[in-house]
Write a protein that binds this ligand. Structure first.
Ligand SMILES: NC(=O)c1ccc[n+]([C@@H]2O[C@H](COP(=O)([O-])OP(=O)(O)OC[C@H]3O[C@@H](n4cnc5c(N)ncnc54)[C@H](OP(=O)(O)O)[C@@H]3O)[C@@H](O)[C@H]2O)c1
Length: 322
């Protein structure tokens, strides 16, 4: 495989531009998929305790490291502070739990998963009332949460810290009051939702951007009943034409487009063939004409898939970002 691309963080760390998403995969599915992903060459793994599969991921990581097939230094592991952790001591508690499950001493990046917060309810990461509304913690403060995140770097549990799903105003407030800079922002980003304003802002502040749902998260579109509004990216005629021209799959074109914008992408798949193909994007280059045609596919803001409407009540939180 042609040489891979890294994205350099302000900390000096090198984040592999193509990573592996782990959401919506059961423990059994992720165990098999992780083996296939590591075999295919993925080293950047995107995790979160709310995906309820970190222990299964940890078992595969340990197996590979014990067998000498990969070293910790070669891996780039990202996980996230759940919305129930926006309180004093929350980052320490939840990061220690993630590290235990992942069987690691540190993560490469620890992200605040969402700007909105949930009440803490024992071990339940999705606390809801009887009507299915998420129980919001409306008193949380991002500056206090960030100070707790910074303490994780000082304690050696995270090499870098960042944010996910935050808007420009929310990021600015943290940047203006921070000791350790925001190294990474993880946001929904794909051909139909290119996030130019947010990406340009991050570039101007030295914040590396990671694209989640980089293939448009079709399963999620269906779940949210948005199939009428958002057509499938991989069926788009522009993408199909470019894929024929380069003899690559539509998904490979969509991922290459994001990476050529200097943005990391973390596609998820539990299908071995798709796992291997999604990372096989380093042997071709989109030309200026392809890039222009793909840029014209942006449908922002209508291209957004993840508006958190599946988390009933999230949009009532004062820090709801969209
Ligand atoms: N920070 C956040 O709030 C947040 C939110 C959402 C996601 N994420 C992260 O981003 C990762 C990726 O996002 P995502 O899972 O929402 O969406 P995605 O990667 O855009 O799409 C995943 C879907 O596409 C399918 N797929 C994968 N490769 C394909 C290919 N080559 N051709 C056709 N279909 C393909 C997968 O099915 P198969 O498995 O059957 O291949 C799955 O249904 C997540 O897993 C998670 O790690 C973070």
């Amino acid at each position: 495989m042609a040489s891979k691309i890294d994205i350099e963080l302000t900390t000096g760390q090198k984040m592999p531009a193509l990573g592996f998403g782990t959401w919506q995969a059961s423990e059994e599915e992720i165990t098999k998929a992780m083996e296939e992903a590591l075999e295919a060459g993925y080293r950047h793994i995107d995790c979160a305790p709310v995906y309820l599969n970190e222990a299964a991921i940890g078992k595969v990581l340990k197996k590979w490291m014990d067998a000498g097939k990969v070293t910790r230094e070669e891996l780039f592991i990202v996980t996230k502070l759940p919305p129930t952790g926006h309180r004093s001591g929350g980052a320490e508690k939840y990061l220690k739990k993630s590290l235990k499950d992942l069987q690691l001493d540190y993560v490469d990046i620890y992200l605040v998963h969402t700007p909105f917060a949930f009440e803490e309810a024992g071990d339940d990461l999705h606390p809801m009332d009887e009507e299915g509304n998420f129980r919001m913690d409306k008193g949380s403060d991002h500056l206090k949460v960030w100070a707790n995140m910074e303490a994780q770097v000082a304690a050696g549990r995270a090499k870098a810290i960042g944010l996910s799903n935050f808007n420009i105003k929310q990021i600015k407030r943290i940047l203006d009051n921070t000791k350790i800079p925001v190294a990474n922002l993880q946001i929904e980003l794909h051909a139909y939702f290119q996030q130019n304003e947010l990406v340009n802002f991050c570039k101007s502040k030295g914040i590396a951007v990671t694209a989640y749902s980089p293939l448009g998260s079709r399963g999620f579109v269906e779940l949210m009943g948005k199939t009428e509004v958002i057509p499938a990216i991989m069926d788009n005629s522009t993408i199909l034409n470019i894929s024929k021209k380069h003899k690559k799959t539509p998904a490979q074109v969509a991922l290459r487009f994001t990476i050529q914008r200097g943005i990391a992408a973390i596609p998820k798949s539990t299908n071995g063939d798709r796992i291997r193909k999604n990372i096989d994007i380093f042997d071709f280059e989109l030309d200026e004409c392809d890039m222009e045609a793909l840029t014209a596919l942006d449908q922002s803001p209508n291209g957004r898939v993840c508006d958190f409407s599946f988390m009933k009540g999230a949009n009532t939180h004062p820090e709801f970002p969209f």
